[in-house]
Write a protein that binds this ligand. Structure first.
Ligand code: GDD
Ligand code: MN
Length: 375
């Protein structure tokens, strides 16, 4: 096997046949397989099975009943299940022209690169297929920001946001990856220094269906960037800091419309505690939720911690002022810093502690569709 083409799909039924046809035609004489890693909620898996039965190359389906890590998680599961070490990752909507795969493969076979990126942003490439000016601006801006944050690792990569690339699996520490949402190439390149080569391509309009990109994917990207660069603790701090500002803004708004200040403080606290917990769940600890039991148990632990922290902090301030003779505001500040560190440790090690062994979580085996095939 020369190459596995990994295609993550979420409700892409109408694109499957065309994608398999063009990919097959683009790589004559090559031993390839196409592996769909599918999280669809519609009839896409049936369409993939039907297309596979007619295809002249092996087409496999890995349908995930528990889709962990979104698009990025699907790609990582695909890399694990691939039959060859060379893996091309390509979107399932034909925005990534399959004809470019031949160039990616030829470039990889030169033998001096671990990753060959299909780039929109080098000479010969275009991003015309991006839906509108806003997406173009967001793509350009986030590319610059990301490159600025990883100047060395991304030095040779003009398009770390692309979802179209070839990777040599042998160069990758798959277990180190923490896929969150769309930006799997960034995850791969930021973890470890890779030898990167590039091939230009033109990002095409979608063949059929609509984009799954969203505002929440954007938030996930920013969290991913913060965590890759500064660690989980800084993302935790950012969320906590924004929560404190939100708390004050809500309280200010409520008192401005005449709510009594203590009532306003309680309402503001309840809203920020819940919002803070949701941000921890879906952003900061999103990759650890799956293995750490029930959400309501985590909420109770987190909530109880906040309560105990508030109660314990007061006598500690008293001790610091009366026994250690520290100025009261400084004492309060010290307890806040200590509380922040303890809160982070508690959440990382207790609230989001894995309930089951990591290796108990083996990805479902792909369906052996090759059996049914001619080639
Ligand atoms: N398995 C799986 N699970 N596939 C998914 C999921 C998911 O949760 N979400 C999206 N996909 C699949 C889609 O079905 C499609 O094949 C591919 O991932 C890309 O999704 P699109 O909805 O087409 O995203 P896009 O075109 O907005 O974004 C693409 O271009 C960006 C560059 O501008 C992606 O390639 C991004 O990774 C890329 O950064
Ligand atoms: Mn797309």
């Amino acid at each position: 096997m020369d190459l596995t083409v990994i295609v993550p799909t979420f409700n892409e039924g109408p694109n499957v046949a065309e994608l398999v046809r063009r990919t097959t035609d683009a790589l004559p004489g090559r031993a390839i397989e196409i592996l769909f890693v599918d999280d669809s909620t519609d009839d896409t898996p049936d369409i993939i099975r039907a297309v596979a039965a007619q295809a002249s190359v092996p087409v496999r389906l890995l349908h995930r009943d528990r889709p962990v890590g979104g698009l990025g998680g699907a790609v990582v599961d695909g890399i694990r299940a691939a039959a060859s070490d060379f893996c091309v990752v390509m979107d399932g909507d034909l925005q990534h022209p399959p004809e470019v795969i031949a160039e990616l493969l030829a470039r990889a076979e030169v033998g001096d690169a671990d990753v060959v990126v299909a780039s929109r942003y080098i000479a010969g490439g275009t991003s015309d297929g991006l839906a509108n000016a806003v997406r173009t601006l967001v793509s350009r801006g986030s590319t610059l920001l990301t490159k600025a944050m990883f100047p060395r690792k991304l030095h040779n990569c003009s398009d770390p946001m692309t979802g179209f690339f070839l990777i040599d699996r042998r160069a990758l520490d798959v277990e180190d990856l923490r896929p969150r949402g769309f930006k799997i190439l960034l995850e791969i390149l930021a973890r470890k220094q890779m030898r990167v080569a590039e091939v230009p391509f033109s990002f095409a309009p979608r063949f059929a269906g609509e984009s799954k990109a969203s505002f929440s994917q954007g938030m996930r990207f920013l969290t991913q960037l913060t965590m890759l660069r500064f660690g989980r603790m800084s993302a935790f701090a950012l969320v906590g800091g924004l929560g404190a500002v939100a708390n004050l803004l809500i309280m200010w708004g409520l008192t401005a419309v005449g709510v009594q200040y203590l009532v306003a403080a309680v309402i503001a606290s309840v809203i920020t505690i819940v919002a803070n917990f949701l941000a921890l769940e879906y952003l900061v600890f999103a990759d650890m939720r799956e293995e750490s039991g029930l959400m309501r148990h985590r909420f109770v632990k987190s909530f109880t911690f906040n309560g105990i922290e508030a109660i314990v902090r007061i006598p500690v301030i008293w001790l610091l002022v009366n026994e250690a003779h520290i100025q009261s505001v400084v004492a309060a500040g010290l307890t806040l810093v200590a509380a922040f560190v303890i809160r982070f440790v508690f959440h990382a090690l207790v609230v989001y502690a894995p309930k089951k062994a990591r290796n108990a979580q083996i990805a479902a085996l792909p369906e052996p569709l090759e059996d049914e095939l001619a080639a």
